[in-house]
Design a protein around this ligand. Structure first.
Ligand code: C2O
Ligand code: CU
Length: 494
């Protein structure tokens, strides 16, 4: 109670914590509008276009099993709002989202990154099991005008739904919300669902000021994570998806938003979960009416038309994640319209009972604890909030935890704050073992490969995890503003 009142007052005084002062110099200069100006009305952005496919990044190699390409990050002016000046995004290869990188298990990959931004950047291959020195750590920045090649091999068993985005020190949030993020799919040659028509749905967030420019972060964005007035799918505003005539589709969905939680629902239909971040489940999980996709996470769903022949909105329902201060109330956010009138098939065959392989990682030799917390602070006579990992803010020079290669560990992740935070660990796919809330321990009902897991306020999540290469890994909250404010730690693998 007291805390709410305190934060309410804080928002009224135009909260400016130490982070705002620290970053006003670099992060915020590139935007043309001072914070606090009214945003563009959300009906100004046309909706209802036909859902487009995300173009693939072409493979420049003709050697079988090799993938070679270039990704260039650069400003991109898009005439986004009719009658307004073009909106300046930052994009990979001129695409929003970045091009689809389609790879196969076993591939040898060499992707050259060219940085034509005015800030240092990196490419982080979110979720991929690859060596740390190829994973775009903040420690390996590519300077403006610079380039570097990321090289890695994709192990067998790595088929899954991944993404790539920048990870430079402190500027990840801004580079991502300006448009730098793209989908990456690793395919298996023995995919039991390969015959189904597949949809790739990349959900991103966009906040435009009244002049249709990308608005800078305000105090509230730094505190709660940035949520704009638009949620886009494949960079389109509420597009229409003409459903496959066969009546069944496989959807891969990315939550590439900085902070928006997607409580996904398709009214009148249930969802069948078949995959998470790092690949297929062992068995389909059918009958879901909603699925919470936290920032950074991905899923694979099977959608059946059944007998329906109508149009319905895939929407993000309201999910209370403990936002602080005087925030505008959440509303149901329509993401796209599914048009089932195109379906001609009258029934769908049973799904395969056995999908992927998620063997138990085995007995954990070591236990570790990671605690997320928040702290009210007073700096320069102004109130602020700090977001901490094990009581500390991120320090590039500090090693927070040490693990051994190939040693299975049990991590206990604790959320001692009043807000939800999605925990993300680099370089591996872990298995959630159980959740604890209010003293009640609930084991998971099925194993899944994940690199990001949400924690409610006061929740404890226990995971089994293992690292396969020596080097430095990050773990952090995937609300990108929280990460930028220091809710990140470093794991040294030896
Ligand atoms: Cu998706 Cu450390 O990031
Ligand atoms: Cu967070």
């Amino acid at each position: 109670m007291q805390r709410r009142t305190f934060l309410g007052g804080l928002a009224l005084t135009g909260l400016a914590g130490p982070w705002l002062q620290a970053w006003s110099a670099d992060t915020m200069t590139s935007s043309s509008t001072p914070p606090g100006l009214p945003l563009l009305a959300s009906d100004m952005l046309p909706a209802g276009g036909s859902l487009r496919e995300i173009p693939k990044l072409a493979n420049a190699s003709s050697v079988p099993g090799h993938f070679q390409a270039t990704l260039t990050a650069a400003p991109l002016a898009v005439p986004f709002i009719p009658g307004q000046a073009a909106t300046e995004f930052w994009a990979y290869n001129g695409g929003l989202p970045g091009p689809l990188i389609e790879l196969f298990e076993g591939d040898t990959v060499a992707i050259t990154f060219v940085n034509n931004l005015k800030q240092p950047s990196t490419i982080h291959w979110h979720g991929l099991p690859i060596p740390p020195e190829q994973d775009g750590n903040p420690h390996d920045p590519v300077p403006p005008g610079g380039r570097r090649t990321y090289s890695f091999n994709l192990p067998e068993g790595s088929a899954g739904t991944y993404w790539y985005h920048p990870h430079p020190h402190q500027n990840t949030a801004e580079q991502a919300f300006r448009g730098l993020a793209g989908p990456l799919v690793v395919r298996s040659r023995h995919d039991p669902l390969a015959g189904l028509p597949e949809r790739l749905l990349v959900v991103s967030d966009l906040k435009l000021d009244r002049y249709a420019a990308i608005a800078p972060n305000e105090a509230n964005d730094w505190m709660n994570g940035r949520e704009g007035q638009f949620a886009l799918v494949n960079a389109q505003h509420q597009p229409v998806l003409p459903f496959a005539s066969g009546g069944r589709e496989r959807w891969r969905i990315w939550n590439a938003c900085s902070a928006r939680y997607l409580q996904l629902a398709l009214p009148g239909s249930t969802l069948t979960l078949v995959g998470t971040d790092g690949g297929l489940l062992e068995e389909p999980q059918s009958g879901l009416t909603e699925y919470l996709l936290a920032p950074g996470q991905r899923i694979e769903l099977i959608i059946d038309a059944g007998s329906r022949r109508d149009r319905v909105e895939l929407s993000a329902n309201i999910y209370a994640r403990g936002k602080m201060g005087d925030v505008t109330p959440d509303h149901i956010m329509p993401l796209l319209t599914v048009d089932f009138t195109t379906v001609t098939a009258t029934e769908q065959a049973a799904l395969p009972l056995k999908l992927g392989s998620v063997p138990d990682l085995g007995a954990a030799a070591v236990r570790k604890q990671v605690v997320f917390s928040e702290k009210m602070s007073m700096a320069n006579g102004r109130h602020g909030v700090q977001f901490l990992v094990n009581d500390q803010e991120y320090d590039m020079q500090r090693i927070d935890l040490v693990s051994r290669v190939n040693e299975v560990e049990l991590w206990e992740i604790v959320n001692h704050s009043d807000m939800d935070h999605p925990f993300h660990l680099h370089g591996t796919q872990f298995q959630v073992v159980e959740r604890e809330f209010d003293g009640v321990v609930t084991p998971v009902s099925f194993r899944a490969w994940q690199d990001t897991v949400n924690l409610r306020s006061s929740e404890i999540v226990r995971i089994k995890t293992v690292q396969r290469w020596p080097g430095l890994r990050m773990f952090h909250c995937h609300i990108l503003e929280h990460e930028a404010m220091g809710m990140m730690g470093q794991l040294k693998v030896v």
